[in-house]
Design a protein around this ligand. Structure first.
Ligand SMILES: [Fe+2]
Ligand SMILES: [Fe+2]
Length: 205
């Protein structure tokens, strides 16, 4: 993958929007994949409702980014894209707890960590429209992390397991590179994601 250029240039902006559209496209697939792949697990109807809702929102996010790319005369598919998200899906194909730890609780939570800085950089580059789009995505993604926490906790408790221990175990075994601070503890806490899971302080413990 070529290194991303500065946000201020036309090429840099297109590269950023393209990379984000690629993430959202994978997120659509991951939303449907968790539904289909783990449909045999003992899970309540609400689990499936939640991930249908997530997949639908990821579709909205992809559409918003695709339209913004079109404003710059570009479209999804113009640039190469990495396969990291789908590798994460393959690595956790046999383990719903691994999937929840890696996708909503590591990757989407990481999105919460890095998005505020991206929004600031877009604003400084004179692109409030793209910044607003990212703000909308950021708000929705807090809900996706919240769904991840809800079902991760539910499954751990149903199996008599301690959620924070299972989380750390799955990150060690299934998430290459591990977690990368700094964490956006405020946004993670808003999603109901306890800081003790990922080894940070949220000021309440
Ligand atoms: Fe999204
Ligand atoms: Fe998401």
């Amino acid at each position: 993958m070529p290194k991303r250029r500065a946000f201020g240039s036309h090429g840099g902006r297109v590269a950023l929007l393209h990379a984000l559209a690629h993430i959202e496209l994978n997120a659509i697939d991951l939303g449907w994949d968790i539904l289909a792949r783990f449909s045999g697990e003992a899970l309540p109807r609400e689990f499936f409702d939640d991930w249908v809702g997530v997949a639908a929102e990821e579709g909205v996010h992809f559409g918003l980014l695709a339209r913004r790319l079109a404003d710059f005369g570009a479209c999804y598919g113009d640039l190469p894209a990495h396969d990291g998200l789908w590798e994460a899906a393959s690595a956790t194909a046999g383990d719903v707890l691994g999937r929840l730890a890696v996708v909503p609780l590591a990757l989407e939570a990481r999105g919460l960590d890095v998005t505020p800085e991206m929004i600031g950089r877009l604003e400084r580059a004179g692109d409030p429209q793209s910044a607003d789009l990212l703000r909308r995505i950021y708000r929705d993604e807090i809900g996706h992390v919240a769904a991840g926490v809800r079902w991760f906790d539910y499954l751990c408790r149903a199996r008599g397991l301690l959620p924070e221990e299972v989380f750390q175990d799955r990150i060690r075994r299934c998430f290459r590179g591990g977690l990368k601070p700094p964490f956006n503890v405020a946004a993670r806490t808003a999603a109901g994601f306890p800081a003790r899971y990922y080894g940070a302080q949220d000021g309440t413990q």
